[in-house]
Design a protein around this ligand. Sequence first.
Ligand code: UD1
Ligand code: UDP
Length: 364
Amino acid sequence: MGKKVMLVFGTRPEAIKMCPLVNELKSRPGEFETVVCVTGQHREMLEQVLRVFDVEPDYDFAIMRDGQTLFDITAMVLSKLEYIFKIEKPDVVLVHGDTTTSFASALASFYLQIPVGHVEAGLRTRDIYSPWPEEFNRQAVDIVSEYYFAPTEMSRQNLLDEGKPGEKIWVTGNTGIDALETTVREGYAHPVLDWASGSRLILITAHRRENLGEPMHRMFRAIRRVMEEHPETKAVYPIHMNPAVRAAAYEELGGFDRLKIIDPLEVLDFHNFMAASHIILTDSGGIQEEAPGLGKPVLVMRDTTERPEGVAAGTLKLVGTDDRVIYEEFSKLLDDSREYERMSRASNPYGDGHASERIAEILA
Ligand code: UD1
Ligand code: UDP
């Protein structure tokens, strides 16, 4: 029997970036016994991803509640994992990125002295409140980790700067790019893209906890104002399931016939929507990694980013959440073709699509 590797994750982006690794480890049964535990921090948005990658969890804690707090998620994950870890006794636990599922899982592993492997280690803004609570989560996971799978050279350097031992850090690329390699297809069609054809397609997402409330209202108001002045645009907004996000979006964007709010897209569809879009407006982390490979300009509606590689590549621009700044930057990107050209050169700072293979090799 090979090493027992337990992967714990719970939200959409963790699933998108962990499922390629699950499938890689499962394809090597002589080397690994692979156990998948989902916390169910997300429900529908997690299930969508598991379905696409055909991953059947061994455990599902199904913890999600409407209006769940950081206390709810942390306490439930911690107590349920104590029980499961004691039964399974994994050789290593793999967690991903910076969610509260990741933090609580790393903490539970630490309490039982099980080695943690951190996939997507070393991202930093160094502002503990931005993004909140993710910057704390990722730093905390890195305190207890034994193996650091850093997506880029910059993330490796961040870990070295904190005194993490170089021999425990590997630059693997981001496993999210592994998925992107297989999803974007020539000739992809969708009724919503048919609706937008002939227009400049604007793709919108938003969900960050620190943007809930007034910042999100400001973002939406600015987007609407620009679009009202630009009849050549149509927007698609696959909306997060958080009721607080939905309420703000419907209040500010409802009844505008060139902007369609739709349910979250499956990842294959979302990647193809990105490929078809003219500009992306988002506060998401993962989308900042995927857009450079597709050469799609992204206005990042946040004050900080832990993805400076995409800014250096020219694809990402931080615009914050001030409505005047978003209005100006979004208008400029629509009106100024040189600025648009500058931001739409494809590059691959986040990997070559083989990160999962590298991680499996290192674990082996
Ligand atoms: C979480 C992560 C964030 C990550 C994001 C990805 C934390 C604290 N936050 O934030 O880092 O960027 O996921 O999307 O770990 N909901 C549903 N169905 C779903 C998913 C969510 O109804 O499938 C609703 C529920 O009412 C839930 C709310 O959304 O209470 C918020 O979900 P939660 O996971 O707490 O926060 P996110 O903003 O999704
Ligand atoms: N995504 C998706 N469907 C959507 C919107 C996004 O599959 O309707 C994907 C996107 O391609 C990226 C990931 O979800 O891989 C980003 O997740 P999210 O923005 O929820 O979280 P974050 O990356 O900010 O943690």
